[in-house]
Structures are given as structure tokens and as C-alpha cells.
Design a protein around this ligand. Structure first.
Ligand code: C2E
Ligand code: MG
Ligand code: MG
Ligand code: MG
Length: 284
């Protein structure tokens, strides 16, 4: 009887593995279809001047609502798109449509920061700099483009990466490090590369009011950014306590559910018109 259980167990296990593998292949092929069927869309999360509680820009985030697989998280499908190479085409689409939207908001607002996440493979493609150059040439001067890179990319010992960063700087693009503090712990690239902005990962922000270590690390990152003359964005501001802490320590910019989750363009238009809701503070 025990033997039978064991076999069942094994069978169950391989079936599960099979499921994982199949899902990956399925996701890959559905993602190919998604582009044709228009299942991909963009949402925008307000970037907020914390002191003035005003929207100064937006982070562009990709959404995939699959007819077959349901709502798929970018955390899940971006790595798959990266492996299969689909990220090239998807990333180009993201940049092109974000630029059209960002240009509208920039003209309307007089100044607007548009940030777009860039994956490693996309960044390394020979088409990347020409694409950005073309988009920047068309963009209104009020639009500031901010490309979000990962620590992972900057840690690669690759002279091509450094070269591309310089080319992007020449085009007037701002460069930020996303999820700062969660990747490799070497800070040498901050001195090596022309970085403009650090985005403090929400893992730090989440516990600033409860955990002394998170608070110390956040203070340290803020003061380091200040002395290196870098701009800084705190991610994942969810509660008034987070905002209080960040204001107390002079963090200039932030994003998070306290202000707004990522929203569709029409809703973002309304936020620009009406301002951020003040009474959202106590929904958590
Ligand atoms: P990220 O760039 O660090 O984006 C921030 C993520 O945190 C987003 O998740 C956003 O919805 C979420 N978020 C914002 N405020 C809060 C908050 O207050 N609390 C919590 N718990 N979460 C918050 P999302 O949209 O699911 O994206 C996940 C990741 O997928 C992104 O992390 C980014 O690395 C990647 N991604 C999304 N869109 C793109 C894209 O167009 N291209 C590339 N290469 N990657 C993308
Ligand atoms: Mg990001
Ligand atoms: Mg991030
Ligand atoms: Mg992230």
C-alpha cells in the first residue's frame, strides 16, 4: 500500500512538472498571438512629488489580458518573453505607444516625466539606441524620458553596456536603477555609469515604520543619493506612515497605492485634471 502511495506521489509530481513546462510553452505561443489579437495594453502609475502631492510623471506598465490564460502578470510573462526573444517586439511597441501618450501629457502639463522599464535583452539589441533616437527626435521638449534599468544589467562587465548608456545620455535620456537595493550589493557602478535616479525598492519602504533595519537602510540610501546628486523615487508607498517617514527624511518623489495604482490612460487623464485623491489615506 505504501508502495502504491509512493507511485501516486511520483505520478503527481511529474504531472506537476509537466504542467509547469507546458504552461511555459503555452505562454510563449499565446504571447505571440496576444500581439496579433491586441491583448496587450499599457497602464500608467503616477509619479508623485511627495511634498506637493502632485503628479509629475508616470511609470509605464504592461498588461496582458489573455483570452485563453486570463490576466497574466508581467512578473511572470516578461522573463518568458525575454527568453524567447519576443521582448524585442513587445518592448518596441511599449516604447512607441508610451511615447505617444507621454507626449500628450507633456504638452498638456508643460512638463512630464515618462518612465519605461527596459529589459536586459532589449537594451542590448542593436536596434535599441536608434529606436530611442527616433522617438526622442519626435518628442516635445516638455517630455523627459526616463529609462528604468536593473542592477543586474549594470553589474555585467560589458563595455557595450557602458557605451550604450553614454549614447542614451547624449540623446538626453535619464537613466534610473529600478528596485534599487535588491540586486547585487556592489555600489561601484554608481560611480562608473551616468545614472540619474535611484528607485528604492518597495521591500524597504514597506517596513520603514515598523522595522529599524528597513528604516536605517532607507535613510542611508536617501543620504547617499543626495550626496551623489542623484534623484530618488520611493516605490510602493501604501500607507500614510510610509509617506510620513519619507517626507521626514526629505525623499522628493514616490509612487504607490496610497496615491494611485497603475491606471488606464482615461483614468490618468482624470487624475491629472482632478488631482490625487486626498481621502485615500485610510483605505488600508
Ligand atoms: P517594477 O518596474 O518595479 O514596477 C513596480 C511594480 O509594483 C508594478 O507591478 C506596480 O503595479 C507595483 N506597485 C506599484 N505601487 C505599488 C504599491 O504601493 N504596492 C505594491 N505591492 N505594488 C505596487 P507590475 O505592473 O505587476 O509589474 C511588475 C514588474 O514587471 C515591473 O516591476 C517590471 O519589472 C516588469 N514590467 C512591467 N511592465 C514592463 C515593461 O513594459 N517592460 C519590461 N521590460 N518590464 C516590465
Ligand atoms: Mg519599474
Ligand atoms: Mg521597481
Ligand atoms: Mg520590480
Amino acid at each position: 500500500q505504501a508502495k502504491e502511495d509512493g507511485r501516486n506521489c511520483l505520478r503527481f509530481y511529474t504531472a506537476e512538472l509537466d504542467q509547469v513546462a507546458r504552461t511555459r510553452i503555452e505562454i510563449e505561443s499565446h504571447l505571440r498571438q496576444a500581439r496579433v489579437q491586441g491583448e496587450l495594453s499599457l497602464v500608467y502609475q503616477p509619479l508623485v512629488d511627495l511634498q506637493r502631492r502632485q503628479i509629475i510623471g508616470a511609470e509605464t506598465l504592461l498588461r496582458w489580458t489573455s483570452a485563453r490564460l486570463g490576466e497574466m502578470s508581467p512578473e511572470h510573462f516578461i522573463p518568458i518573453a525575454e527568453d524567447s526573444g519576443a521582448i524585442q517586439e513587445i518592448g518596441t511597441m511599449v516604447l512607441q505607444s508610451a511615447f505617444v501618450q507621454g507626449a500628450l501629457w507633456a504638452r498638456q502639463m508643460g512638463a512630464f516625466r515618462l518612465s519605461v522599464n527596459v529589459s536586459v535583452r532589449q537594451f542590448k539589441s542593436p536596434d535599441f539606441v536608434p529606436l530611442i533616437a527616433g522617438l526622442m527626435a519626435e518628442a516635445p521638449p516638455e517630455l523627459v524620458l526616463d529609462l528604468e534599468l536593473t542592477e543586474h544589467l549594470l553589474m555585467e562587465d560589458d563595455h557595450k553596456v557602458a557605451e550604450t548608456l553614454l549614447q542614451l545620455k547624449k540623446l538626453g535620456v535619464h537613466l534610473s536603477i529600478d528596485d534599487f537595493g535588491t540586486g547585487y550589493s556592489s555600489l561601484s557602478y554608481l560611480k562608473q555609469f551616468p545614472i540619474d535616479i535611484l528607485k528604492i525598492d518597495r521591500a524597504f519602504v514597506r517596513d520603514v515604520d515598523q522595522d529599524e533595519n528597513s528604516a536605517s537602510l532607507t535613510r542611508a540610501i536617501l543620504s547617499m543619493a543626495k550626496s551623489l546628486n542623484l534623484d530618488i523615487v520611493a516605490e510602493g508607498i501604501e500607507r500614510p506612515q510610509h509617506l510620513d517617514f519619507l517626507l521626514k527624511h526629505a525623499c522628493p518623489w514616490g509612487q504607490g497605492y496610497l496615491f494611485s495604482e497603475p491606471v488606464q490612460p482615461a483614468r490618468f487623464d482624470r487624475l491629472l485634471l482632478e488631482g490625487l485623491p486626498r481621502d485615500k489615506d485610510f483605505t488600508y
